[in-house]
Write a protein that binds this ligand. Structure first.
Ligand code: 2RA
Length: 340
């Protein structure tokens, strides 16, 4: 006996990956529905070796369906997630809409799977921001060994985090740099992204931080420990898939970099690739399509008493979104929605 699963936003980058990962991990699916907006109606999407025709989200009745993986924007989620939840379908939402709601668990299974049981308050579980997910997978095992006091993170986020248009813009803008007369002006981003980096993701807040930076701070506190101080600088870089992060951690007590390496090697969801030589580290192009959060460049931060630096890379469409959502569904099924 399996589950009746709905993927909402099946034609988007994350929705596609949700279908791929449900199939790759052989999630126990008895029936699956792929939903899209009216403009994408009838578009065919793959689910393993099957082809699904997308159905109309507007008309869809979630009654009798067990789990809905939502991969649409916050506005549409606001309209349809409560409908699905009220019709008895548990929503796992990838938008930011419910992440900060005290009645909605915000889950990274390697970190706080036990909190999945709290879905019953609104029949909704929130998926974290992609840049948060990979970071907390690494922070949690270190925090359990030597309580974390402060995290300073700089991110190098690929354009797939913005969406399909941004992927096209990077591609066309890059080509345009080589073909006279075919320059492509910035449109998705405020500045050129080809051969450039942009220190701005999401909107600016009164504090001078961007919303993306605020998300990393707020979500890390909710998922790991509200006492952890986090400061972030989130940067868009001209790569297609894969987010990279430079992470500096200060602990309450000394933690040797070699012990930190051993801890990370044993931690769930992590692959340590760390040789102090050319090529002895992971780069974004190598993480694409993988489930792991890769850690490299682990070393002592000798400028403070109890500091460690490391490099963290993961596929933002997978661990950063679709994989994490499917892992939440796995925990939900195993612990809360047991089938015959
Ligand atoms: C980004 N984290 O990378 C945001 C949303 N996916 O653009």
């Amino acid at each position: 006996m399996g589950y009746k699963v709905v993927v909402v936003g099946a034609t988007g980058n994350v929705g596609h990956e949700m279908l791929n990962i449900l199939a790759e991990r052989e999630f126990p699916v008895d029936e699956i529905a792929a939903l899209a907006s009216r403009k994408s109606l009838g578009t065919e999407v793959s689910f393993g070796d099957k082809t699904l025709k997308t159905q109309d989200l507007e008309q869809f009745d979630f009654t009798g369906w067990d789990i809905a993986l939502f991969a649409i924007g916050s506005d549409a989620t606001k309209k349809y997630a409560p409908k699905a939840a009220s019709q008895g379908c548990v929503v796992i939402d990838n938008s930011s809409l419910y992440r900060y709601d005290p009645d909605v668990p915000l889950i990274v299974p390697e970190v706080n799977a036990d909190e999945v049981v709290n879905y019953t308050k609104k029949n909704i579980i929130a998926n974290p921001n992609c840049s948060t997910a990979q970071m907390v997978v690494a922070l949690k095992p270190l925090h359990d060994r030597a309580k974390i006091k402060r995290v300073v993170v700089s991110t190098y986020q690929s354009v797939s985090g913005t969406g399909k248009e941004a992927i096209d813009e990077l591609w066309n803008q890059t080509k345009g740099m080589y073909v006279p007369g075919q320059e492509v002006a910035p449109s998705v981003y405020p500045k050129q992204i080809a051969f450039n980096v942009i220190p701005h993701i999401d909107v600016f807040m009164d504090s001078g931080d961007t919303k993306e930076e605020w998300k990393m701070v707020t979500e890390t506190k909710k998922i790991v420990d509200k006492s952890i101080k986090v400061t972030a600088t989130c940067v868009r870089v001209p790569t297609f898939v894969g987010h990279a992060e430079s992470i500096n951690v200060e602990f309450e007590e000394f933690l040797d970099w070699e012990e930190a390496t051993d801890i990370l090697r044993e931690a769930p969801g992590i692959m340590v690739v760390d040789k102090r030589e050319a090529g002895g580290y992971v780069t974004p192009v190598e993480c694409v399509g993988d489930f792991a959060t890769f850690i490299s460049r682990i070393r002592q931060d000798v400028t403070v008493e109890n500091g460690i630096n490391f490099w963290c890379v993961s596929d933002n469409l997978r661990k950063g979104a679709a994989l994490n959502a499917v892992q939440i569904a796995e925990v939900l099924g195993q612990r809360c929605l047991k089938k015959g």
